[in-house]
Design a protein around this ligand. Structure first.
Ligand SMILES: C[S@@+](CC[C@H](N)C(=O)[O-])C[C@H]1O[C@@H](n2cnc3c(N)ncnc32)[C@H](O)[C@@H]1O
Length: 421
């Protein structure tokens, strides 16, 4: 049946923003109207129920009449039901309106037919809403979930697409879960608990005695085999106690990595410092033998000064420290999408240990890969800066160091004021 445009009355509209009328008008001009609009006859007057955009497109084209599907004596709920169903299917809504419309339709149907709470045979359920829209239950369920989220996070409506909103929602959810975990962990730490511990000894034998899956994060910075005795840049007194032949370095990597992998819990991170050079592939392969994920693109810690032993008159001085990032299982980084693999943190200026890395660097890594109360292992503890970072960030830290002088240095740093641990 056809009605004159002037005869059709439009009540309060469901649509918040009406867009794309021009395109629709062009398509109607070219191909005609595929789906008639829905109109209700009440007291000899005609009211639009669904198809506002199609009606507007006809007006734009200055057409006189339009094909309509006529309904009579609809209840308020039936009217809304038809409008929602039509709008969703004709894609006349933006992504957030579609989600809201599906949720409203689901609520209306449950009100009309009775909600299926315990069994699907009992009444209307999400499956029925999905069937009425000819969509999968999973999709409808997800859209309804998004609509609920939009209520508490209205800023999600600013996302251009549903995919973008879902991504944002997931990030928020992770943040929430993380905050919850931190609160729980915080509650478990006793105020008098000593959070960090240093063990004097060879980490290979010490680690062999430790319980499997007892750490949440490990940061390992073994000696680099740079034969620092012959190094010209470091001061004499620091170099004396730092014997560092290359064969020893290979041995330490080979022996320590499988132990670290054993000691880490499932779903944890490992950071391996290494000297970049011709042996890059060897380090990568050693890590791959023990870890499910080893990022072949290492993190780069840019040092503000120093760098290791080359004669910089003839080649460039390596002013960055590469660090392999590995995972046992899967664990998310804290930073989410803002992640970057270049860490710009100034080197330590007044070194007391020849290879000490700044506390800030450890703090950044610890923050990314652990929460309060979790256990962090540093098998080659050196100056103890990793433990200082653990203490400041309320992580339980365990450091191992083979040189007695370094152990004293570590203790003086983590127990400033002289109390022993
Ligand atoms: C590159 S430094 C670590 C520096 C440390 N990341 C820092 O920021 O101070 C390596 C340290 O490992 C220690 N070390 C060497 N072999 C070891 C072993 N088998 N067990 C424990 N520590 C060892 C060295 O004495 C040295 O202090």
């Amino acid at each position: 049946m056809r009605l004159k445009l002037s005869e059709i009355e439009v009540e309060d509209r469901f649509r918040k923003v009406v867009s794309g009328i021009d395109e629709l008008a062009l398509s109607i001009q070219k191909f005609g109207l595929f789906h008639p609009i829905v109109v209700e006859k009440r007291a000899e007057r005609f009211y639009l129920v669904a198809g506002y955009r199609r009606l507007e497109a006809h007006r734009l084209l200055k057409l006189e009449d339009i094909e309509v599907k006529l309904k009579e004596q609809l209840s308020e709920i039936e009217r809304r039901e038809i409008e929602l169903e039509e709008n969703i299917q004709r894609q006349e809504l933006s992504w957030d309106e579609v989600c809201d419309a599906k949720r409203e339709l689901d609520t209306i149907k449950r009100r009309v037919y009775g909600s299926a709470v315990f069994s699907p045979d009992e009444g209307w359920g999400i499956k029925d809403t999905a069937q009425s829209l000819k969509e999968s239950t999973a999709l409808v369920k997800r859209d309804i979930m998004i609509s609920r989220a939009l209520e508490v996070m209205p800023e999600l409506r600013k996302c251009k697409t549903k995919a973008e909103a879902l991504k944002m929602l997931r990030l928020e959810k992770n943040k929430f879960v993380r905050e919850q975990l931190v609160r729980e962990a915080e509650a478990r730490i006793k105020p008098e608990e000593e959070l960090v511990q240093v063990i004097y000894g060879d980490c290979i034998s010490v680690m062999k005695e430790m319980e499997s899956e007892s750490f949440d994060l490990c940061i390992s910075d073994p000696p680099f085999g740079k034969e620092l005795d012959s190094m010209v840049r470091a001061s004499e007194s620091l170099v004396q106690s730092y014997k560092d032949p290359k064969e020893r370095m290979f041995f330490l990597y080979k022996e320590s990595i499988p132990q670290i992998a054993r000691l880490l819990k499932l779903n944890s991170h490992f950071y391996q410092f290494f000297p970049i050079g011709e042996d890059y592939g060897w380090y990568l392969e050693e890590l791959r033998k023990s870890f499910e994920f080893v990022d072949p693109i290492p993190l780069v810690w840019i040092k503000s000064r120093g760098g290791y032993t080359v004669d910089a008159r003839w080649r460039y001085h390596p002013r960055y420290q590469p660090i392999f990032f590995c995972s046992k299982g899967r664990r998310q980084l804290k930073m989410g999408l803002e992640n970057g693999n270049v860490l710009e943190i100034g080197s330590v200026t007044q070194k007391e240990h020849v290879a000490e890395a700044p506390v800030e660097l450890f703090k950044l890594i610890i923050d990314q890969s652990s929460i309060i109360g979790e256990r962090v292992l540093d098998p080659f503890c050196g100056s103890g800066n990793s433990l200082v970072a653990c203490k400041e960030m309320r992580r339980r830290g365990v450091g191992i160091e083979i040189e007695r002088d370094n152990v004293s240095l570590i203790k003086s740093r983590i127990w400033r004021g002289g109390e022993e641990g």
